[in-house]
Write a protein that binds this ligand. Structure first.
Ligand code: TRP
Length: 467
């Protein structure tokens, strides 16, 4: 009997059977992995970057990036993790045949988790605050001047910012403490369907508004004059962030995959569904933005300044506003879990600690690093690292530097060190799956195409090109 079936019959816990917690069902694996990909990236980053970069043309570039970098790198990370069944650092240690310290790639990944979580938890905290503010009717103004004043007053209060962030970290930690199958898999399996239903409701509201067609055209009609080298590079950076790749989060999740899971199939489903959710968010936002004559290119504050004013303009707007911020928060949970899990597993396995202690240590560490981002608009507004406040520094450092560096190293490791034989054995389940053709193609992309593309993103992030 397969180990998973013994567990499903309820005789033993998965940990007792395989010695390490892992995901139980195939659908659960897809939901957990999708839960990591879907996040503030879909509802905050993707829309504001699409809005600032001309709409459909940017989306097209993003889709190409997902195909040429996103899916191949995701498959590689998952395959590495499942083969080694260990945290990101140990996975690279175990699979590396030579003395080159490839594990550093995993170590940089663990570090990146702290850095992304530092500002991610702050944005999630604002979203949580917005749920309550909109419930109280406090954001109900059609004047973006008023809504942006409300946003400014939120982010410039140091104590409130710290508290919202702490509440958010606490919530994520509680799910993590329950473990891989009972915590992560269980939570994401329930949250993703709720997210979909709520998002669909807002999207339907948005497209049925009079005057929404301009927003739909913005999403569907590519204007190729908007494409510059910088736009291409932004789209590739977004693909990394969106699919949670380049730093070992997917290695960690892969280490919990069932041995009969179809990895390329899972990656395709996850990347495809994630794209649908990002596009749905675009459909929920842009038709309404255009219907009421707002500008799509407000940048990072689109979610917090423009969107409340847009909702305030429509019938039943306050209800939809509350729903929108609830679904945004729900989306952020699965992503935060995955960022935290990569660190917790490492600490657990490295220092032989119980999960509870690994989780507490990670949560406290994240709250400490995160507090610098939370205070970026108040107490630390004048504290600059390389000319940026901590919040922006963390965002730029992770998206422009650490994720592409990690992604590039992973491509080289898989394509040139781990090699074709090991790779194909892992992604075809030792030949049990009939995906040889697709797997071969993915391997050549990982070996030759993806690293070159990623290197271009990286060099751009380092400021080598001046567009
Ligand atoms: N993909 C998530 C989002 O779109 C963010 C995220 C979660 C992430 N885990 C990650 C980004 C690992 C980079 C690496 O919001």
């Amino acid at each position: 009997m397969a180990e998973e079936e013994i567990v499903l019959k309820g005789t033993k816990s998965i940990k007792e059977v395989v010695g390490r917690d892992q995901f139980v069902s195939k659908l659960g694996i897809i939901m957990a992995t999708l839960g990591s990909a879907v996040g503030l990236g879909n509802i905050w980053k993707f829309p504001y970057q699409t809005g600032s970069n001309g709409g459909a043309a940017f989306i097209l570039l993003y889709i190409i990036s997902v195909l040429l970098i996103g899916i191949p790198v995701m498959v590689s990370e998952l395959a590495l993790g499942r083969t080694a069944r260990a945290n990101a650092v140990d996975t690279l240690k175990k699979l590396s045949p030579n003395k080159i310290p490839w594990w550093l790639v995993g170590a940089i990944g663990i570090l990146s988790s702290f850095i992304i979580m530092a500002y991610y938890t702050e944005v999630a905290g604002w979203v949580m605050a917005y749920i309550f503010k909109s419930m109280g009717g406090g954001l109900l103004s059609t004047d973006p001047g008023v809504t942006s004043a409300a946003f400014t007053s939120l982010i410039t209060q140091p104590v409130a910012s710290l508290i919202w962030q702490a509440v958010d970290i606490l919530l994520v930690t509680v799910i993590i403490v329950f473990g891989v199958s009972k915590g992560i898999e269980n939570a994401t399996k329930r949250l993703i369907p709720i997210l979909l239903v709520l998002l669909l409701a807002v999207a339907i509201r948005s497209v049925t508004l009079p005057g929404s067609s301009q927003g739909i055209a913005f999403l569907l009609k590519p204007d190729f004059s908007k494409i510059t080298a910088a736009t291409i590079l932004t789209a590739m950076g977004l693909a990394f962030f969106k699919l949670s790749i380049g730093m070992g989060v997917m290695i960690t999740y892969g280490s919990y995959f069932r041995k009969d899971q179809d990895i390329p199939g899972t990656a395709l489903q996850v990347a495809g569904s994630d794209l649908v959710i990002a596009l749905l968010a675009g459909v929920a936002i842009f038709p309404a933005v255009f219907a009421y004559g707002f500008k799509p290119d407000a940048g990072a504050s689109l979610l917090f300044n423009t969107i409340p004013a847009v909702f305030a303009s429509m019938p039943l707007g306050n209800l939809f506003m509350v729903v929108f911020f609830i679904l945004t928060y729900i989306a952020s949970i699965g992503a935060q879990i995955s960022l935290m899990e990569a660190v917790v597993t490492y600490i657990e396995e490295q220092f032989k600690l119980r999960r509870l202690w690994g989780s507490i240590i990670t949560a406290v560490g994240m709250a400490l690093v995160g507090s610098t981002a939370a205070l970026s608009n108040s107490t630390l507004a004048n504290f600059k690292i390389l000319g940026l406040v901590p919040f922006d520094f963390f965002d730029v450092l992770s998206s422009n530097y650490l994720l592409p560096i990690g992604g590039f190293c992973l491509c080289i490791f898989v394509g040139w060190v781990w090699g074709k034989k090991n790779y194909l054995a892992a992604v075809t389940n030792e030949g049990a799956l009939s995906n040889a053709w697709f797997s071969q193609a993915l391997f050549y992309i990982i070996k030759f195409i993806a690293p070159v593309l990623v290197l271009v993103v990286l060099l751009n992030g380092l400021g080598v090109f001046h567009f």
